[in-house]
Design a protein around this ligand. Structure first.
Ligand SMILES: Cc1cc2nc3c(=O)[nH]c(=O)nc-3n(C[C@H](O)[C@H](O)[C@H](O)COP(=O)(O)OP(=O)(O)OC[C@H]3O[C@@H](n4cnc5c(N)ncnc54)[C@H](O)[C@@H]3O)c2cc1C
Length: 368
């Protein structure tokens, strides 16, 4: 029922704008409005804080179905989970009450600020600092590649509180867009997900109350990594949705397109490509849904499975979207058809929330 509801909504209210959002590189306002109106923008927020209380699998299905029509828009529910999960996992009751309510209502979005210009795969090498001063912390630094920066009201920011301890000297904080000293860089000009704003976040003497710290001092990096265990599965879901969208489009196209006097769907070479695409998508789906169940239960092998799902599904998305372009021939290579957008959008799923090389490091360290 959830899938039917979100698919109908995505096709009616999000798909019609997907090409324009990409072409104009603009925030998908129509998608945000439609998702908020239907309480699908942050389904993961627990009921006690005013949310829908969706489990990890339901959240995955929402993201998958939005990504099937518009990958940029799927970053609204996905990043709302990414940004707020540190608060849900490790935040105080006061922080949860203060920040999850507006998120659940659709009054605020939540971003996640871990990466920096010189600290990507090696996120623990970050330089942003938070220095205690009485009842406050004062933050200084630059966060890079922050999805929905400028649009989100709230940011989970990881910063160094004790430089001598590397990852154990990092703490997490909630920073608000309205805090003095917070500003944003120009939107990055990207290959894909052009509708999803990616900007730097500048923290210039940002003074915040000490109780905005998420969990204890020095636990921020652990919280950030624990968050990724759960949210890599949402990137797998995004990849899965992009791949399914490309397959669905190509499936229709090959029945219409005629060469050599018949529909190209009648050629076995084409049929085999479609069969491989569908097989890979289904394998990615099974891995992703199993990982979502592990996320929900908190299984001990979640770290492996989440990394495996993200890595596998994103590689599948890249392969399937590339094949979809191939199936449309020259038409597939133009922006008159959606598969070239899907191919460009798929690429990011192999890069963010840890590149697929990093996922392989994570898997190798956590072999089942
Ligand atoms: C569009 C977009 C949105 C993003 N959104 C967010 C966000 O909301 N919040 C956030 O915090 N970050 C975000 N990121 C950052 C993203 O997670 C990083 O770009 C990513 O983790 C890679 O870091 P890097 O770009 O510094 O690459 P690098 O770490 O410099 O990596 C360069 C290459 O080296 C490889 N490499 C690095 N180390 C190793 C190793 N040990 N072994 C093998 N290979 C290695 C990498 O796999 C990659 O191929 C986003 C990025 C983009 C592009």
């Amino acid at each position: 029922m959830l899938r039917d509801a979100i698919r109908a909504l995505a096709e009616a209210k999000i798909a019609p704008y997907a090409a324009a959002v990409d072409e104009e590189a603009r925030f998908p306002r129509e998608a945000l409005d439609a998702l908020v109106a239907n309480d699908l923008h942050a389904v993961h927020v627990p009921e006690e804080y005013g949310g829908g209380g969706a489990d990890a699998l339901a959240t995955v299905i929402v993201i998958e179905e939005v990504a099937r029509v518009c990958a940029s828009s799927s970053l609204i529910p996905a990043v709302n989970k990414l940004g707020s999960l540190p608060v849900i996992l490790s935040g105080s009751e006061d922080l949860k009450k203060k920040y999850l309510g507006p998120l659940a209502k659709g009054d605020a979005m939540f971003s996640y600020a871990l990466s920096e210009p010189d600290a990507g795969s090696d996120a623990a090498g970050m330089k942003t600092k938070a220095v205690r001063d009485g009842d406050s912390y004062v933050l200084n630094g630059v966060k890079r590649w922050i999805t929905n920066a400028g649009e989100s009201a709230y940011y989970t920011v990881m910063a160094v509180t004790d430089p001598s301890k590397r990852s154990k000297g990092i703490s997490a904080f909630v920073v608000e867009k309205s805090d003095d000293g917070v500003s944003f860089g120009a939107p990055e000009k990207k290959l894909g997900i052009k509708g999803s704003p990616t900007r730097e976040v500048y923290l210039d003497n940002v003074r915040i109350p000490a109780d905005r710290m998420i969990g204890a001092e020095g636990t921020g990096f652990a919280t950030a990594m624990k968050t990724l265990d759960h949210t890599r599965i949402t990137i797998a879901a995004q990849a899965l949705g992009i791949a399914q969208g490309a397959l669905d489009y190509a499936k229709g196209y090959v029945k219409e397109r005629k060469q050599f006097g018949k529909a190209i769907a009648e050629f076995q070479g084409i049929q085999f490509m479609l069969a491989d695409m569908a097989m890979k998508i289904e394998a990615a789906r099974q891995l992703t849904y199993a990982a979502a169940a592990k996320s929900e239960r908190g299984d001990s092998d979640l770290t492996f499975q989440g990394a495996a799902a993200k890595c596998f599904a994103s590689d599948v998305a890249m392969e399937v979207t590339t094949d979809a372009v191939q199936l449309l021939g020259g038409y597939g290579y133009t922006r008159d058809y959606p598969v070239e957008r899907m191919m460009r959008d798929a690429k990011i799923t192999q890069i963010y929330e840890g590149t697929n090389q990093v996922q392989r490091i994570v898997m190798a360290r956590n072999l089942p």
